[in-house]
Unconditional design. Structure first.
Length: 210
């Protein structure tokens, strides 16, 4: 018999780019303005979860390709590190992608793509579950590529007779293109009021003259 613990330890796993694009669709924000620490604490605020660790993952461009966003993410990740947040970043890989112009013609543009972020998140979700680090994994992502990791955690729970829960948390509004969480998880919809209570007001842009 699997016994549900009274005090549930939580680890928050955040896919930075997935969270940013979800917030952009839902609320119209044009840059990653979320405060990772505040948002994680809010999601554990009811008192039933004890926040053990925050883990943040993102792709970021090389300085030569996009100095603005490289500086932004370097500064934001550095700030997270000082807050005790575990961070993981990978360089974006640029590939040509065809787009249709207003006149009907097509053009090729270079689009940055993340490689390996979802794999790293999946590995960490499974590894920390096996190590018994958390009872509840809160995944801020809607990436269905993580479904296999969800299935693996369920197998760990069954085979070890341990209570484990995975939640998929994501910004949501009527404007959202995607209103589904990761299959097999409990969905936690982040409304604008909750999100706005967790906005990061720090300016991570490079100082003028740099």
């Amino acid at each position: 018999m699997i016994i549900e613990p009274g005090k549930k330890r939580a680890v928050v796993f955040i896919d930075g780019q997935n969270l940013f694009h979800a917030a952009k669709d839902a609320f119209g924000y044009r840059h990653p303005n979320f405060d990772v620490k505040k948002l994680s604490e809010k999601l554990c605020e009811p008192g039933t979860y004890v926040l053990q660790e925050i883990r943040f993952y993102t792709g970021m461009p090389d300085k030569q390709d996009n100095p603005f966003w490289n500086c932004f993410w370097s500064a934001k990740l550095g700030h997270m590190g000082k807050q005790g947040i575990w961070t993981f970043s990978r360089p974006l890989r640029y590939r040509p992608q065809s787009i249709v112009l207003p006149d009907g013609l097509t053009s090729s543009v270079l689009v940055g793509q993340e490689k390996g972020i979802d794999i790293r998140i999946a590995l960490d979700i499974v590894r920390l579950a096996r190590q018994g680090i958390y009872d509840v994994g809160i995944v801020l992502s809607q990436d269905q590529d993580l479904t296999e990791a969800v299935d693996e955690v369920k197998a760990i729970s069954r085979d070890s007779s341990r209570w484990l829960r995975l939640e998929s948390a994501f910004p949501d509004s009527p404007a959202s293109k995607n209103r589904r969480g990761i299959n097999g998880t409990a969905w936690v919809k982040i409304d604008k009021k909750l999100y706005d209570a967790c906005i990061d007001t720090t300016d991570y842009r490079a100082p003028k003259g740099n």
